[in-house]
Write a protein that binds this ligand. Structure first.
Ligand code: BDP
Length: 666
């Protein structure tokens, strides 16, 4: 009997904690140290959890006790019923314990030898949490960090959070929003951060902070934040000393500079490199790092997709060694599908890291099921993990009871951690692991139900792409909240590249953004052979067609359908797929916790309604330009364009228009 069989489905995103004594626990765990470090104490607790691996006898844990990061590997060797765990660090031994828990959850036997080394040394979450408890783009409640109570009162959820990260190999966290308050670096707040860091430390979770570049001016009234000013340099050096006195293993700073109104070195006539290096030098004596974001889009070119590359690529080689350039996976902004950002690989002398978004800003918030492992895997297909220093994920964590809002959204947190550890894991394998550990008991669930469930996870991101933005369409979201569709959106005074029309470019000739040499020439930022592949509509992957090309409505595509027919087809398929998830979920009902079942079921209903809204809105709007009605396959169409234009899906009713409102619009 496995632990999960005994504690059925209490654990959607929760902690496997039980005070009861049960037969079959591993009782004898021996260490090569007399006094256990806090991390090894956790190893002991995790291995002796009730019911874990009942067939295992003794476990010997050999940790070389190194403290450095970058050696989180472990080896598990089984001889008969006994195990030996060996690791260079205590943290490696903890990861081994979690590996055994995963095996236990899946019902698999412990192999004779397991050897694991993470692909990235730094596997980091980015919280976009504000000091007032709100979370930018957060859909799972308020911030977990109770800044008003810290450091005196410590919520038990801090350790739960740390454990949930450690279980999937995440070893660092940035606590606050990239749109950072200068107050974050004030002395009282640093004491609060220290309290969190102390709780996270045994779990191997290093703390980083987002910093506001103008903090010396805002906090201490310095006349400037110019990175070449001696007074400013001293301010940061002093601040670093203060931080490390409190938190000796502090990780470093994440910086959003000269982006979306945030201050930065360019305000003082300096470059990103000047700014990043100044901070890097303050942190360097202590081994700290600067993660400098490349999410910038000053209008130096008519195509926003080109701007980050244009601003950063010429700076290659100018950054200090402890600076990493943090680049969003795509060149625009976390769309359901983007081409990868051509900045990756274009700065060979500069360490780079990828930023993924785990929170579903552009993927239906916490209402839609969109399992994101396929998206991140797709990225690693273009950008080899070996070319990256680290990966960051913008967290989907809040203070909701399950911490992620949608009960299945924990799978995205999980997938981010697992892929940061091993980017070669398939989405299906990750989904299966999560499902077995959190949702069902695999030994008590019919195999076909389990595999349909895995399939539902694995296909869900593509379904969202299909019903929101197929064929490379992007950013046709409603203004501001990015939930529903608003391809018609017009906000007087808004930057043109914040409006959908800028991206879809629908006209009577066709649809899509011409980024070929005849258009914005963004393709020229890609290396060959991709540049040529993307340049021609005949070789451009269908799923990026409208990202790179303005395609005539009646153009025949490789599928045999015209663009208009293909568009109708994709929207219809997306809707159908999501409606089908309700059938899958109905089959799963006997095998999952009833509350979780009902919660997910309600969200799947909302998702299907939203998908219909997306299809109707986009097809009716684009048909004004194509001059053609939606194809029969795209029916039924429930709404009229005129009515949909009056409702802002996501604001007028946060989740979805109420049935009454929908009826009134019919
Ligand atoms: C966009 C979000 C915005 C963030 C920004 C960023 O809409 O809230 O502040 O990215 O990454 O996706 O800095």
């Amino acid at each position: 009997m496995t632990l999960k069989t005994l504690l059925p489905r209490l654990v959607v995103g929760g902690v496997l904690a039980c005070s009861c004594q049960m037969a079959g626990a591993i009782e004898n765990v021996k260490f090569n140290h007399k006094r256990l470090s806090p991390t090894l104490e956790l190893v002991r607790q995790e291995l002796t959890a009730p019911g874990l691996l009942p067939s295992i006898g003794d476990v010997k844990v050999v940790s070389k006790g190194q403290r450095s990061t970058g050696s989180d590997s472990y080896e598990i060797v089984r001889k008969g019923n006994d195990l030996t765990i060996s690791a260079p660090t205590d943290l490696g031994a903890l990861y081994a314990a979690y590996h055994l828990q995963r095996l236990d959850a899946s019902g698999a036997d412990v192999p004779e030898r397991v050897a694991e080394t993470p692909a990235f040394d730094l596997r980091i979450l980015n919280h976009w949490d504000n000091l007032d408890g709100t979370i930018e783009r957060g859909y799972a409640g308020r911030s977990l960090w109770r800044w008003d109570e810290l450091p005196d009162s410590l919520s038990p959820r801090y350790a739960e959070y740390a454990r949930r990260n450690a279980r999937i190999g995440i070893n660092a966290t940035v606590l606050n929003n990239v749109n950072a308050s200068p107050l974050m670096l004030s002395t009282p707040y640093l004491h609060k951060v220290k309290a969190l860091a102390d709780i996270f430390r045994p779990y191997g979770l290093k703390v980083y902070l987002s910093v506001n570049f103008a903090t010396p001016m805002a906090l201490d009234s310095l006349p400037t934040a110019d990175p070449l000013d001696k007074g400013v340099q001293k301010w940061w050096a002093d601040k670093a000393r203060e931080i490390y006195a409190l938190i000796p293993d502090f990780g470093g700073f994440l910086v959003k500079a000269n982006s979306e109104g945030q201050p930065g070195p360019m305000d003082f006539g300096r470059t990103h490199a000047d700014g990043a290096n100044m901070l890097a030098r303050a942190l360097r004596p202590y081994g700290g790092q600067v993660m400098w974001r490349a999410f910038v889009y000053s209008p130096i070119d008519a195509d926003r997709a080109k701007q980050a590359y244009m601003e950063f690529q010429p700076l290659d080689g100018q950054f200090d060694p402890n600076v990493i350039i943090q680049i969003k996976n795509g060149p625009i902004d976390f769309q359901p599908r983007e081409a990868y950002s051509p900045l990756f690989g274009a700065m060979p002398s500069t360490p780079q890291m990828a930023e993924f978004q785990v929170t579903q800003e552009y993927l239906g918030h916490s209402n839609h099921l969109a399992f994101l492992a396929p998206m991140w895997q797709e990225f690693f297909g273009d950008v080899p993990p070996s070319s990256l220093k680290a990966v960051a994920g913008v967290a989907n964590v809040g203070d909701d009871p399950n911490m992620t809002g949608h009960p299945l959204a924990d799978a995205n947190w999980y997938a981010f951690g697992r892929l940061a550890w091993d980017p070669a894991l398939t989405p299906e394998a990750i989904a299966a692991e999560w499902i077995d550990a959190n949702l069902i008991d695999p030994s008590a669930t019919p195999a076909e139900v389990r595999s349909e469930l895995i399939d539902m996870f694995a296909t869900s991101r593509e379904a969202v792409v299909d019903y929101m933005m197929p064929l490379g369409l992007h950013h046709i979201f409603a203004f501001g909240h990015h939930y529903g569709p608003e391809p018609w959106c017009d906000v007087p005074g808004a930057r043109p590249d914040w409006l959908p029309r800028y991206y879809h470019r629908a006209d009577s000739a066709g649809l899509g953004f011409d980024r070929t040499p005849a258009g914005s020439d963004a393709v020229s930022q890609y290396p060959e052979p991709l540049r040529s592949t993307y340049s021609s509509p005949d070789t451009c992957p269908l799923n990026l067609l409208l990202w790179f090309h303005h395609v005539p409505w009646t153009q025949k595509l490789s599928t045999g359908r015209t663009l208009w027919e293909e568009l109708c087809h994709r929207y219809a398929v997306g809707c159908e797929q999501v409606a089908g998830y309700q059938h899958t979920w109905a089959k799963v009902r006997p095998y999952v916790n009833p509350e979780v079942w009902a919660d997910v079921n309600a969200r799947l209903v909302t998702q299907a309604r939203d998908a219909q809204w997306w299809k109707d809105a986009c097809l009716l709007y684009f048909s004004k330009f194509s001059g053609m009605d939606p194809t029969p396959e795209a029916y039924p169409i429930h709404h009229t364009l005129e009515n949909m234009e009056r409702v802002n899906l996501g604001i007028d009713n946060y989740t979805c228009p109420s049935p009454a409102l929908l009826d009134s619009l019919r």
